[in-house]
Design a protein around this ligand. Structure first.
Ligand code: GTP
Ligand code: MG
Length: 427
């Protein structure tokens, strides 16, 4: 214990003895009171084929009736449906979000079934990261929608996992705490169930799928948790029916041959699941989500944005240094782009100027040619006009001569006629 205190305080810290009661031993109570006043937030994702009993199990787990509608089997894609409820038990308030995968496993091509689930989980991480990166953060009142637990419903085939189950769990295991459950376990016999559980676990191990392990580092729950780890995947039964057994009314499923009691540990693992998920490890699930899954998402996103804790030579760099470095590289790139654009603008202007000069020259040449042509045409016209004028003059002269000749002829003819008449008269 002393060694533990030493380790927590650090080697450079001096240990002093208090000489009386100070009061900081109430810190854990202050923390509890604050948490209770704030309320808690827990988000469950139910992944499983249509009709496997997801909604019924949620109702059974929280002993209430959540809103749910049976999903059709005809959806073209898997859709995620999140609903938030405010629950209260004694003075503890819980804001519970249940996310359902509607239409999971119903498509002929199931290759992309996991995508919308991954997108949903990442979206919640991204929302949280954006809130964290804001200048004015309000994380204390922020509705944290990050998925804390994923209940993966395995069909009670008694054979082995489907490839859809393996692919989906593999894609999700680094993003969320997966707790696999065998759905409708009342449809599989005890012996088959035992073999089925072993088969599922060996398939998960051989495919490298990491499922959530109940923590064994806290000694108060270490034994219980390690025993429960050995019972995974829990074989569960859900029911909204109440049946009278002896003098007690219990949730159960009634068959012609008997009654399956949901909370009877010799009938199914429902109680184990409820104990582990809600009573013992809810806080650890929340913590693991923040410390492991969100941390991984945050690291990848910040690295994607170019932030690093150390430079390429391994020297530690702060966020501010990286930011300033990025900013100066960005400004340099911007300047370079601007210079390039300016240069290309100058080149374009020169090209355009040369083109304009060329077309101006062509226009001038065309104009000169036209002018020359016009002068020649004008000269030719002048010559033609001159020739025509000469012809007209000649014609006029000829016309005048002809007129004169005609007149002389007419006068001569008239003279002859008078002469003749005189002769006749005389006769
Ligand atoms: P969708 O939301 O439509 O995908 O279905 P779901 O997975 O929410 O299943 P739901 O809870 O609606 O249950 C479907 C049917 O299975 C109902 O008739 C339930 O009564 C029945 N059912 C639910 N849980 C169990 C169970 O543990 N065992 C058996 N045998 N039947 C169950
Ligand atoms: Mg449902």
């Amino acid at each position: 214990m002393a060694a533990e205190v030493e380790r927590n305080a650090g080697p450079d810290v001096r240990h002093l003895k208090l000489q009386g009661h100070v009061g900081f031993d109430s810190l854990p109570d202050q923390l509890v009171n604050k948490s209770v006043a704030q309320g808690f937030c827990f988000n469950i994702l139910c992944v499983g084929e249509t009709g496997l009993g997801k909604s019924t199990l949620m109702d059974t787990l929280f002993n209430t009736q959540f809103e749910s509608e049976p999903a059709p089997h005809s959806l073209p894609n898997v859709k995620l449906n999140a609903k938030t409820y405010a629950l209260q038990e004694s003075n503890v308030r819980l804001k519970l979000t249940v996310v359902d995968t509607v239409g999971f496993g119903d498509q002929i091509n199931k290759e992309d079934s996991y995508k919308s689930i991954v997108e949903h989980i990442d979206k919640q991480f991204e929302n949280y990261l954006q809130e964290e990166l804001k200048i004015k953060r309000a994380l204390h009142i922020y509705h944290d929608t990050r998925i804390h637990a994923c209940l993966y419903f395995i069909a009670p085939t008694g054979h082995s996992l489907k490839s859809l189950d393996l692919v989906t769990m593999k894609k999700l295991d680094s993003k969320v705490n997966i707790i696999p459950v065998i759905a409708k376990a009342d449809t599989v016999s005890k012996g088959e169930l035992h073999k089925f559980k072993i088969k599922i676990m060996s398939e998960l191990v051989s495919n490298g799928v990491q499922i959530y392990q109940f923590p064994t580092d806290d000694e108060t729950v270490a034994e219980l948790n390690s025993t429960m780890n050995g019972h995974l995947p829990f074989a569960v039964v859900g029911s909204n029916e109440e049946v009278k057994v002896g003098n007690k009314t219990v949730r159960a499923r009634q068959y012609p041959w008997g009654v399956v009691q949901v909370e009877n540990e010799s009938h199914c693992d429902f109680v184990k699941l409820r104990e582990m998920l809600i009573r013992t490890n809810m806080e650890d699930l929340i913590e693991q989500t923040h410390a492991r899954h969100y941390e991984l998402y945050r690291r990848c996103r910040l690295e994607e944005m170019g932030f690093m804790d150390s430079d390429p030579e391994g020297k530690p760099t702060s966020l501010q240094e990286t930011y300033e470095q990025k900013r100066s590289t960005h400004l340099q790139q911007l300047q370079q782009k601007e210079d390039e654009m300016r240069q290309s603008f100058v080149v374009r202007v020169k090209e355009k100027e040369a083109e304009l000069k060329m077309s101006e020259k062509e226009l001038h040449e065309k104009f000169d040619a036209l002018k020359k042509q016009h002068t020649e045409d004008k000269k030719k016209m002048e010559e033609k006009r001159k020739m025509l004028d000469e012809e007209i003059n000649l014609f006029n002269k000829k016309k005048l001569a002809a007129q004169q000749a005609q007149q002389a002829a007419e006068e001569a003819a008239a003279h002859q006629t008078i002469k003749g008449k005189k002769k006749y008269h005389w006769l």
